[in-house]
Design a protein around this ligand. Structure first.
Ligand code: PLP
Length: 394
């Protein structure tokens, strides 16, 4: 290794770092990157982002923010920008108060500011949960088919991952769930309700039984109910928010990405006991939620009544789409979300590709034979239906 200038200037002062080898030319192989073995050869997660006219693949709200929302968000961002020389409010108390007010209006559950938490998408919220309650020697448990990011949170926090099974109709058998908890003694259980990719929601009795089983795990177990699609639940489907008062080991995760139509803003949040939220404050990076993000979220939340009206029409569209698919003889999972899982196709990839060829992008996900389509505008849904009739010969 060639001596550096510093070696020459101070002979003998510092040993040369012989384990660092700088390649002689770009063509020469560099030093080995000490990648964790469990990450070797892995691809980053993500649905294909293709430029086609009808995008029904990632469960976004098809309606862009109204001009009134745009104007208020822009003004709030301008105001936040005037203070960007300073770090933002680390504990984002004003945003947490707004989120508590929103959940009271949406679910009728009253929560204190200290029971709310937020981060850059609910994916980051759930990573915080795994950072606090997972880790080496610990286990996270969920029930497949479910959200494909859950095993990644576990992997990234060196938490062991166990996937139990849902029934053929995608419901969760209480005895199976409780037996899995007793057997694996997880420190975290992740339940998506409504579930992705199936759209199915869990009855309150199932969530209660899981909470009881979790409470019996030696060393403790946190139950995370991921309600990313909570606002789309059908009348009579409960929210796990109603169980928070009696269950300090429950965390209910929500997001502004789906019903709220703000996927690009990256704001997720959760509600839990104060004790649980306090642990998340330990693992978060300081100032993780930028002043701009906080301003955008608060300005949008001020329009929540208007946005919730839109959710009502998406629910109606969803129910009509479920009926339409069933009338054509297809199997459709009950949906409390803004998407529908349908099948069964012998060659689902051919159907997916045929739709794409007609400008409609949906998602090839879930058990073999099934496809998932997001609820779009009435025009987008029509384009999907027309394309499906052609491709599948319905
Ligand atoms: C879309 C989705 C989320 C939301 O992720 P964000 O990071 O908030 O955009 C969370 N959970 C499930 C099951 C989802 O499908």
């Amino acid at each position: 290794m060639a001596p550096t200038d510093r070696d020459a200037a101070a002979p003998g002062a510092l040993p040369t770092l012989t384990h660092v080898t700088v390649p002689a030319s770009p063509a020469t192989a560099g030093p080995t990157l000490p990648l964790r073995p469990e990450l070797a050869g892995l691809e980053p997660y993500g649905a294909p982002q293709l430029d086609v006219p009808v995008l029904l693949n990632v469960n976004e709200n098809p309606y862009a923010p109204s001009e009134a929302v745009v104007a208020d968000v822009a003004a709030a961002v301008a105001q936040a920008t005037r203070g960007l020389n300073r770090y933002p409010d680390r504990d984002f108390e004003a945003l947490r108060a707004d989120l508590a007010a929103y959940l009271l209006a949406e679910s009728g559950v009253a929560l204190g500011v200290e029971q709310l938490w937020a981060a850059n998408g609910s994916n980051e919220v759930m990573l915080h949960l795994l950072q606090a309650f997972g880790g080496p020697g610990r286990t996270a448990l969920s029930f497949a088919p479910t959200y494909s990011m859950y095993p990644e949170y576990a992997r990234d926090t060196s938490t062991a991952w166990v996937a139990g099974r849902r029934e053929d109709d995608f419901s969760l058998d209480v005895d199976v769930a409780c037996a899995a908890i007793a057997e694996h003694r997880p420190s975290v259980v992740l339940l998506a309700s409504p579930n992705n990719p199936t759209g199915t929601a869990l009855p309150a009795a199932t969530v209660r039984a899981v909470l009881d089983a979790a409470a019996a795990v030696p060393g403790g177990c946190v139950v995370v109910v991921d309600e990313a699609y909570g606002e789309f639940r059908r009348r009579g489907t409960p929210s796990a928010l109603e169980l928070l008062a009696d269950h300090p080991h429950l965390a209910v995760s929500r997001t502004m990405s789906k019903a709220f139509g703000l996927a690009g803003a990256r704001v997720g949040y959760l509600a839990a006991s104060r004790a649980l939220v306090d642990t998340l404050r330990v693992v978060r990076l300081p100032y993780h939620l930028s002043a701009v993000t906080q301003a955008v979220a608060r300005a949008a939340l001020a329009h929540s009544a208007e946005l919730m009206a839109q959710v009502g029409s998406l629910r109606d569209e969803r129910d009509a789409l479920v009926r339409w698919l069933r009338e054509r003889g297809l199997q459709v999972a009950d949906s409390d979300a803004n998407f529908v899982l349908f099948g069964l196709f012998e060659d689902r990839h051919a159907v997916w590709q045929g739709l794409l060829d007609r400008g409609v992008l949906i998602r090839e996900v879930g058990p073999p034979g099934w496809l998932r389509v997001s609820v779009g505008t009435p025009q987008e849904t029509r384009a999907f239906q027309d394309a499906l009739v052609e491709v599948a010969g319905l």
